[in-house]
Design a protein around this ligand. Structure first.
Ligand code: AMP
Ligand code: MG
Length: 500
């Protein structure tokens, strides 16, 4: 019998088809659990695109019965909510037992394309993993995760995506009282580097093998065909993360809290709480209030990803080979390949940003000289690259867009133009291709704050407008100039607070 709610039959008509492989395959990695009741759930925002992908009828999700499901008050038929267990290296220090302290895996939905997608709630109340926390989330950070996930997705970057944010109708205590919320999100899975660390720490080789088999089947099925499937799994995760972090770097994204519990084996961006996009190009840029040492600074992200992958490799060693020395040597070689792979993905991406089609030996020098120029002159990363299609087209530099000092820019531009000329492609084709990879609209920090401030006062219009702008980051549209402009100087240095 489907659960009943205020006389309405719930959820059978939400259209979600569940098949919960994680709980079937991985007993020992979760605790069955239910969300804490949200006293007066109110839908703030629903992602109709994601709803449709999941095969859900948006109207039924907006109905009171649908909102009860999104708030975690009602379990839809076929779902079997659990809190997942995982460990994590947080800022370098190991916590053996983190887990979903304020989240639940509701179940796995088979979407309309046959893809398996985790449906997950964040802010749904205390669980056996809550430690000292209240299990809750505030509206602001949940709307922020919604917005940034949509922006990353529209930029073509693999990411978890929000389905909805529901206000719970309850005040929670942060610095002072703030309204609580639940974020419903979807992901290829929530298997993290920290999930492997959790099992390895317990020394349960049988569970570790089941976890690796599950991750292979779900995310990297080609690894199963390899001579050493577990080494091939590590290799596939190294590759997926090298690609992901390169894509972040190419749009100036700073994740903010790259702990191993926030790094997926699927290669999707996850738990980007205190994240932000660069304004001025600065490799040492840090926005998170808790990242005192700059561990997760923009320019450190590739090194941190490799460090996290080394933790994954350590956790998987017993699967890689029964002879530890051999396992270490095989895993070290795969880990070492991160640097080249990252560089390859990055270099390919930067070439596209510069309108170059073919790799050349002096590309690195051309790129690095440009980046030093941008850094020295504190040039806005996003608008500079976008503006570069104007000179590529043969036009003047766009009025008002920041650039390095004219003499240095002229010298660099002359080199770049020679390089473009050698390839002999049509300037209009080059410029159009550049505009397809250099976004005009990113979630600018001052715009995000403005939208969240207004939402906090009950006005969701700026949030919805910003979402709409970010859904098409590459296409210039009249009237949206303010979204393509760096923050006014009065905005000051930007600080983000961890996703609590
Ligand atoms: P995060 O920084 O959100 O990725 O969370 C890191 C760890 O802290 C995870 O195990 C979370 O479940 C847990 N956590 C974060 N906030 C809370 C909270 N308000 N209540 C309980 N656990 C939390
Ligand atoms: Mg997390």
């Amino acid at each position: 019998m489907p659960p009943k709610l205020r006389g309405v039959t719930v959820a059978a008509d939400l259209g979600l088809e569940f098949d919960n492989s994680f709980i079937r395959d991985l007993v020992g990695l979760y605790e069955p659990w239910r969300g804490a009741p949200a006293p007066a759930p109110e839908l703030l925002v629903l992602n109709e695109e994601v709803a449709a992908e999941l095969g859900a009828d948006p109207a039924s999700l907006r109905s009171p019965a649908g909102v009860e499901v999104l708030a975690g008050n009602v379990v839809p038929p076929g779902a079997e909510p659990v809190a997942q267990a995982y460990s994590g290296h947080q800022f370098g220090g190991f916590s053996p037992r983190l887990g979903d302290g304020r989240a639940l895996l509701v179940g796995e939905v088979i979407d309309r394309d046959g893809r398996r997608r985790d449906l997950h709630l964040k802010g749904s109340g205390r669980t056996p993993f809550s430690r000292g926390g209240d299990g809750k989330a505030a509206i602001g950070p949940m709307l922020r995760e919604y917005l940034v996930g949509e922006a990353l997705n529209a930029l073509g970057i693999p990411t978890t995506r929000a389905l909805a944010v529901v206000a719970t109708g309850e005040q929670i205590i942060r610095v002072g009282p703030v309204p609580g919320a639940v974020l419903a999100r979807v992901a290829a899975s929530h298997i993290r580097v920290g999930t492997f660390e959790y099992v390895a720490t317990r020394g349960d080789t049988d569970l570790l093998r089941r976890l690796a088999d599950h991750a292979i089947a779900r995310h990297h099925p080609r690894a199963r065909e390899a001579d050493n499937p577990y080494l091939a799994l590590l290799d596939a995760v190294v590759d997926a993360q090298a690609s992901l972090v390169a894509r972040w770097m190419l749009v100036g994204f700073v994740h903010g809290v790259m702990n191993t519990d926030n790094m997926t084996v699927s290669g999707e961006s996850l738990d980007f709480g205190p994240c932000a996009f660069l304004d001025d190009y600065d490799p040492s840029a840090v926005f998170s209030s808790i990242d005192h040492g700059g561990r997760y600074a923009y320019g450190n992200q590739p090194g941190i990803a490799q460090w996290n992958l080394a933790r994954l490799a350590e956790a998987m060693l017993v699967l890689v080979d029964p002879d530890t020395d051999k396992a270490v040597s095989l895993a070290t070689e795969v880990l070492g390949s991160f640097v080249d792979r990252f560089h390859r993905y990055w270099a390919e991406g930067v070439r596209a940003k510069l309108g170059l089609a073919e790799p050349r030996p002096d590309d690195d020098a051309l790129v690095n000289d440009l980046l030093s120029l941008l850094e020295r002159n504190r040039v806005d990363f996003t608008s500079f690259f976008r503006a570069l299609s104007s000179p590529a087209r043969g036009d003047r530099w766009p009025v008002g867009v920041s650039r390095p000092d004219p003499a240095s820019l002229e010298t660099w531009t002359a080199r770049w133009r020679r390089r473009l000329a050698e390839e002999g492609r049509d300037p209009r084709v080059i410029a159009a291709a550049m505009d397809r990879v250099n976004p005009l609209y990113i979630p600018r920090n001052h715009q995000v704050e403005h939208a969240l401030d207004a939402a906090g006062r009950g006005d969701l219009r700026p949030f919805e407008q910003l979402l709409e702008v970010l859904a098409q980051p590459y296409e210039e549209r009249p009237g949206l100039e303010e979204y393509a402009t760096p923050a006014p100087p009065a905005f000051g240095p930007y600080v983000t607070y961890c996703g609590t």
